[in-house]
Design a protein around this ligand. Structure first.
Ligand SMILES: Nc1nc2c(c(=O)[nH]1)N[C@H]1C(S)=C(S)[C@@H](COP(=O)(O)O)O[C@H]1N2
Ligand SMILES: [Mo]
Length: 518
């Protein structure tokens, strides 16, 4: 019993490593999400925003790779332990005869593969439609299921053959004892070699996977010399992504599908899509995690087809279409009230500042929803569905705010370290943003919010763009000053001074700068 348990664990480990190698290869070469990623996506949707923030801090500075690595080790651990369950179920009396697994062993192994696949498919059903090469929705779900089946079949086959090979045996009749012993040794060596090889192979594929790691996640918009360009250059635009490795879409495989409660469903390839009537518009994006004065905000000219145009082309939506759901190839899902999205004139863009969408900004297609935080502007779009009910996604499931973004404003200059002399003219400049509500007025205070004066506004690049404000200040006397700025949006609502952190509703409060006048 003790012996078979030991051999079972070794077989289980070799089988787990082989399965891990297959998972890695499928992920790296076919874009099929690895079970650990599916597990991660599933988990992230079943925790609250507070737990999420807590986990981010716990696993800092590698909040994505550490948990994924632990999940992989955990999976290998479970696979190893299951070798023992397998041994229990096949119940082979030792020593045994022959290297070929019997019927019962094959049946148990088959049952293992099927039960594991079924369990994963049921548990991860919502996460399955994702593929990092950009396969469409249904195809990607089928590929993910096929991938899981492959992983678990490989596990089961190696477990079955490996366990048999490892077990001590009666010498076969008419064989020399020495020959039999050598054969046994070779068989055991073979299983160990297979395990070691698969382990090394897994290590290699993990390295390859991590060579595309999204180290740029959370990158802020560049702010050289405390200046914001009216239009942020693409390579200086802030980036946020849920993925440890972003999709790298094969444009030949990719499609945009439009369906649900719409009169004519349609599928476009990249070329057909770009023939639709299109427009270009400056739209500012801001992450919900952007605090007062923060730089998780950028402005770009996006070019693509308005959702309205697309709907008109397809004969209009049907009664009962209350929400529009966007599905991305990385499994990211966002849904929004249709009415609001149409009023905001949402855009499906394939071009950013005059060039094809950069990979990290959602190549080949992303959605812009003016008035909403970045989290509701899906990248790598592949499917648009008109539906009667809200479809939950990652951040809405965690409990992040999903309403219109809060009005914000900030100073670019002066800043804390600015050298200011009494009597000198100091140009003050900054930006204000209220999504598609626009900015009507910006006021600046140089006395910590006691008195306010109007700044002048540059004409915005569009109704959805941030606005630059300016004002000159001539401090008469030396001392320390607290500068503050507040904006009034297009509806006449004044930005609130109430300080609120970014989690979970998005920050509010004025951007304040303390400066010293000499
Ligand atoms: N498919 C997909 N879309 C996504 C995300 C993502 O992880 N996957 N991240 C969102 C978040 S939280 C933000 S703030 C914006 C950032 O867009 P950017 O990287 O182009 O600036 O993309 C949003 N769209
Ligand atoms: Mo975000």
């Amino acid at each position: 019993m003790l012996f078979s348990a030991l051999w079972a664990l070794i077989a289980g480990l070799a089988a787990s490593l082989c399965a891990a190698l297959v998972m890695g290869l499928l992920r790296v070469f076919a874009g099929i999400p690895a079970p650990v990623e599916l597990f991660g996506d599933y988990t992230l949707k079943h925790i609250t925003v507070d737990t999420f923030i807590h986990l981010l801090a716990t696993f800092a500075p590698n909040p994505k790779t550490t948990p994924l690595g632990l999940a992989l080790l955990g999976m290998i651990g479970i696979g190893t332990a299951l070798g023992w369950l397998y041994a229990l179920l096949v119940w082979i009396k030792l020593p045994t005869r022959g290297y070929r697994p019997g019927r019962r062993e094959w049946l148990v192994a088959l049952a293992f593969a099927l039960v594991m696949t079924l369990a994963a498919v049921i548990l991860f059903w919502v996460e399955l439609p994702q593929n990092f090469q950009g396969w469409p929705f249904e195809a990607s779900r089928n590929l993910s299921i096929l991938g899981l089946l492959c992983d678990f079949v490989v596990y089961a086959v190696v477990l079955c053959l490996g366990y048999r090979a490892l077990l001590p045996k009666y010498p076969a009749p008419n064989t020399d004892r020495v020959v039999a012993q050598r054969r046994q040794l070779l068989a055991r060596g073979g299983v160990v070699a297979l395990g070691v090889g698969a382990g090394l192979g897994t290590f290699g594929t993990v390295q390859k996977y991590l060579s595309n790691y999204t180290a740029y996640d959370g990158m802020k918009t560049a702010f050289p010399d405390h200046v914001d360009h009216p239009i942020t250059p693409n390579n200086e635009h802030y980036v946020v992504t849920q993925n440890p490795v972003d999709p790298s879409v094969d444009i030949g495989l990719w499609r945009l599908e439009v369906g649900g409660l719409i009169n004519k469903a349609v599928t476009y390839n990249y070329e057909e899509l770009q023939k639709l009537p299109s427009v270009a518009r400056a739209i500012t994006l801001e992450c919900i995690a952007n605090g007062p004065g923060g730089h998780l905000m950028g402005n770009a000219v996006w070019h693509g087809v308005p959702l309205r145009t697309l709907i008109a082309q397809q004969g209009g939506t049907q009664a009962g279409a209350k929400y529009v759901a966007f599905y991305s190839v990385d499994g990211y899902t966002v849904s929004l009230p249709l009415q609001e999205v149409l009023e905001a004139d949402a855009l499906l863009a394939w071009n950013m500042n005059g060039v094809e969408l950069p990979q990290r900004h959602g190549y080949p297609l992303r959605v812009l929803i003016p008035g909403r935080y970045g989290e509701e502007n899906p990248k790598w779009l592949t499917r648009v569905e008109f539906v009667s009910d809200f479809v939950p996604g990652l951040y809405s499931s965690q409990g992040w705010y999903n309403g219109t973004l809060h009005t914000t404003s900030r100073f670019n200059q002066p800043y804390t370290e600015s050298v200011i002399h009494a009597g000198q003219r100091v140009p003050m400049v900054g930006i204000a943003f209220a999504g598609n509500r626009g900015i009507k007025r910006v006021e600046v205070s140089v006395d910590g919010g006691n008195t306010w004066k109007d700044a002048t506004l540059d004409p915005p690049l569009s109704k959805d763009s941030w606005v630059f404000w300016r004002m000159d200040w001539q401090p008469a006397t030396a001392g320390t000053y607290t500068l503050a700025v507040r904006a009034t949006d297009g509806t006449g609502d004044v930005q609130t001074g109430r300080k609120q952190g970014t989690v979970p509703n998005g920050s509010t409060g004025y951007h304040e700068v303390m400066v010293t006048v000499k």
